[in-house]
Design a protein around this ligand. Sequence first.
Ligand code: NAD
Length: 338
Amino acid sequence: MKTALVCGAGGFIGHHLVGRLKAEGYWVRGIDLKNPQFEATVADDFVIGDLSHVSIVQSAICPPSNSGSFDEIYQLAADMGGAGYIFTGENDATVMHNSASINLNVLDRVLARNTALKHNKTKIFYSSSACVYPQHNQLDPNDPVCREDSVYPAAPDSEYGWEKLFSERLYLSYQRNFQIPVFIARFHNIFGPLGTWCGGREKSPAAICRKVALAEPGGEIEIWGDGEQTRSFLYIDECIEGVRNLVAGGFSGPVNIGSEEMTTINNMVDIVCNIAGKQLSTVHIEGPLGVRGRNSDNTMIREKLGWSPDYPLRQGLEHTYKWVAEQVEKSMPEAVNG
Ligand code: NAD
């Protein structure tokens, strides 16, 4: 039986990935600071632990029998959040220190185990982000450039992006110098059920679904900025499919895993209102915005993996709205039912 360690298995993508690996017949250990928020994990073993501590990583990477090594490690743990967490600047030191420590520890401990066992069996997947791309290529909302090779000269617009870029290079260095097989994806705005939907770390699809679910028909919702900033959003199932395809193939990346269906935030609001069957007006307020435009460029993934995402945004939003509306109803029935 194949074995996998999922770091960040209490988080949105990690939790979905655990489910997919279990469905494929893997023995899975998850590790995170916390349990998954919205449903129980199906991992065979789930460790609550802080991966910024080297001793925690040291024991997490030893498979259950304590012999051999994991076949695959998925490193998704990071200090993460929506624009309200990443772009204010208030969390920069924590984000950089926590995430860089995790990545340094994982590679250091895998290398030590490989050296002791005299093999390089473990494949490591690392989740980077579209936030590595330079701000100056994303000023035109109608034509943002996010081709993989456009990342240099580097100029990410957040410390979160700089840490991701550093860690991409870290993983590639360990591959170059110590032959550790690594696979790196740059995720572009992943969304879907079981994602954070309130509290300040939620992404825009979940935030919009929540605001629409809470609004009275004919009411109004607040949107950060003029709403004409563009993004693409990838439904969670396709993200997991992309990760599995990447690790199964021979290409290390970094490669974009994202949707090419670009939308303005205003258009996404219209889609969600339409799904909900509510007519609402929008009030534009000041808030952290990130870059003006961003879209995935899937030329490389098509070429290298013979696959690219094609799940329509509207379909993903239908699933997400249904789930978020249920959460809203469960947590504050009086607000929803009037
Ligand atoms: P998430 O916040 O839901 O999951 C990350 C998990 O890492 C959390 O559960 C958190 O508790 C855990 N974690 C943080 N510090 C830890 C530590 N010191 N020790 C143990 N666990 C720790 O985020 P997600 O959306 O599931 O994202 C997963 C990965 O994908 C992250 O690396 C993120 O940067 C990357 N990514 C996500 C998106 C997206 O749209 N969701 C986009 C680009 C990149």
